[in-house]
Design a protein around this ligand. Structure first.
Ligand code: NAP
Length: 349
């Protein structure tokens, strides 16, 4: 099957995804997945659409050559999907990886709506749509018999949503707690060693791990968006990041981190969710953890999440090394899921 990929956003994550597609071409072909890139849209760095396919190596040149956008990316999606209708052999898939917005999850949520309305499957690494509009978008996807997948939104590419969706039928998730923001965990670990706050943060920015607006990491907004996303998907809630009691880190956190370490404890930014549906309780808070707590052992960019489930009890997933490659893998694994589902749907028609 031939997914026709339209990339909305061509930043750190999407560029790494394009390389990973190339590196994984043989493995994908073995699964009968033969993706072609047909469109790319950015905010200020150009757009390109070519239904015949765009060579990955030429994307940067063709983007620069294209005119500054007059229309929104949602309109670009609608136009591209209309053009692709003439080629039924292609299965349109929108890859949404624009900048996180914690005011209202826009324009990413509108990109997802436009994609589903135009008949495409949607894969996103952006927390915004899941954190602000999961229920609406999941319903829209189901009504259109399309997939809406977002494995990269939390814990990069570690298969958390996949694990629950595909391997835990009938299980109830009663709550979760985790360290879900790589940038703040990296900075906290550096502060414990007495390193300067700004230098540690600059390293995360240079590596493309921090959000484009780094205050979203340090003020706890990224973790709050992930907390809302987890609650919406796993606890059946209908929350937004604004429903999460939130705390961040700052230069002054250094003294607390060093003092906690001196007592044999670790200071961590912990995201917690409990309850079900309308009665969930959500927070992101600095907590001093005993050293035998699985979250206390996390160094540098590491993340972990503990699920409280029935009947499986407590389980912990740890991601020791975060990074762009892992987020790119989340997009790739979602692409394989979309392809498998589309192939099954075709064969049952
Ligand atoms: N970086 C990570 O490690 C990581 C991990 C997990 C999830 N994520 C999520 O993945 C997403 C992308 O992250 P990133 O690091 O790749 O960000 P990035 O490097 O800042 O790239 C963002 C891209 O989105 C484009 N964009 C922004 N607003 C747009 C709009 N309205 N219409 C069209 N394009 C728009 C930007 O275009 P311009 O360049 O023209 O402004 C840029 O190409 C974010 O939502 C982030 O939270 C990132």
């Amino acid at each position: 099957m031939t997914p026709a990929l339209i990339l909305i956003g061509y930043g750190h994550v999407t560029r790494r995804f394009v390389r990973l597609l190339d590196e994984s071409r043989a493995a994908l072909a073995a699964l009968d997945v033969h993706p072609v890139i047909v469109g790319v849209a950015t905010r200020r760095h150009g757009r390109v659409f070519d239904g015949r396919g765009i060579d990955a190596a030429s994307i940067a040149d063709r983007l620069v050559a294209s005119a500054a956008p007059q229309r929104s990316a949602a309109d670009f999606i609608t136009d591209a999907l209309t053009a692709l209708r003439a080629v039924p052999a292609l299965t349109p898939v929108i890859i949404e990886a624009t900048t996180l917005d914690v005011v209202d999850g826009e324009p990413a949520t509108s990109h997802v709506r436009a994609a589903l309305a135009g008949g495409a499957h949607v894969i996103t690494a952006n927390k915004g749509p899941v954190a602000f509009a999961y229920r609406e978008l999941a319903a829209q996807a189901e009504a259109a018999s399309r997939s809406f997948l977002f494995e990269g939104a939390v814990m990069d590419g570690i298969p958390l949503f996949n694990l629950v969706r595909e391997t835990m039928p009938t299980v109830t998730v009663r709550g979760f707690r985790g360290v879900v923001n790589s940038t703040t965990n990296f900075v906290l670990t550096a502060l414990e060693r007495g390193e300067p706050f700004d230098e540690a943060l600059a390293r995360m920015q240079a590596d493309g791990i921090a959000e484009a607006d780094v205050s979203l990491d340090v003020d706890g907004w990224d973790a709050a968006a992930k907390t809302a996303a987890l609650a919406n998907v796993l606890l059946g809630a209908q929350t937004t990041p604004h429903d999460v009691a939130r705390e961040g880190i700052g230069v002054e956190t250094g003294a607390r981190a060093v003092a906690a370490r001196g007592r044999g404890r670790r200071l961590k930014l912990v995201a917690t969710g409990s309850g079900q549906g309308a009665s969930v309780s959500l927070r992101v808070r600095l907590e001093e953890l005993a050293d035998d707590d699985p979250l206390a052992a996390l160094e540098g960019q590491a993340n972990a999440i503990e699920l409280d489930t029935w009947p499986l009890g407590h389980m912990v997933m740890t991601q020791r090394n975060g990074g762009l490659e892992i987020t790119a893998y989340a997009l790739l694994s979602d692409l394989v899921t979309v392809s498998k589902r589309a192939a099954t749907a075709r064969s049952s028609r």
